[in-house]
Design a binder for this molecule. Structure first.
Ligand code: GAR
Length: 208
């Protein structure tokens, strides 16, 4: 059974979907053992507590820089004996030291079809604002491994979602979550826990 540590910063709907998937038996060979938040008031912490999952808070604002912050996140991840780290709406960029320590062992969910609308500054609602500004007709979500390039790691699963007339960033965000993020994140996590993802040349092959 693999230990899964989930990193969060906000509402935690993706965390909730992982908890539900775990309770339904959809995540095979993995268990969420700890949730770490970069913000003390993240609602995601409440979701973890409601499900008797251990929580830790490492407030990003209390650290002078990303390097010092990453050192403590990594220490916590190692203390929790994590086999997999999931960035579930974790909106802090970590130093590459953690990528070296956990190569292809960290999964991020990003709310667009990478390589579109991703990279530095593209997070949360901003992504959907940019999609609407550009007039894209299709968007979606991507579950990918974290590497040293922001949103640049090997892609595991993607799912497309239509942009509709009259969409606001909030409406589009909700549709992308419901139709894409909440479907592909638990799937990617389970595939990892079942050792069904092979990584080669920054690409993945899924064994089925
Ligand atoms: C989600 O849409 C997630 O894809 C996004 O933040 C939101 C968090 O929602 N993540 C990023 O933009 C990462 N670059 P949640 O806290 O309800 O899961």
């Amino acid at each position: 059974m693999k230990n899964i540590v989930v990193l969060v910063s906000g509402g935690g709907t993706n965390l909730q979907v992982l908890i539900d998937a775990q309770n339904n038996g959809e995540i095979k060979n993995g268990k969420i053992t700890c949730v770490i938040s970069s913000k003390p008031d993240a609602y995601a912490l409440e979701r973890a507590r409601n499900n008797n999952i251990k929580t830790r808070v490492l407030t990003r604002k209390e650290y002078p820089n990303s390097y010092e912050y990453t050192k403590d996140i990594l220490k916590a991840v190692e203390e929790e004996k994590a086999d997999l780290v999931v960035y579930a709406g974790f909106l802090t960029i970590l130093d590459e030291m953690i990528v070296k320590a956990m190569p292809n062992k960290m999964i991020n969910i990003h709310p667009s079809l990478i390589p579109a609308f991703c990279g530095k500054g593209y997070y949360g609602l901003h992504v959907h604002e940019e999609v609407l500004k550009r007039g894209a007709k299709l968007t979606g979500a991507t579950a990918h491994f974290v590497n040293e390039i922001c949103d640049g790691g090997p892609i595991i699963i993607q799912k497309a979602v239509e942009v509709q007339n009259g969409d606001t960033p909030e409406i589009l965000q909700r549709r992308v979550m419901e139709q894409a993020e909440w479907k592909i994140l638990p799937k990617a996590v389970s595939l990892f826990c079942e050792d069904k993802i092979i990584v080669k040349d920054n690409k993945t092959e899924i064994l089925d």
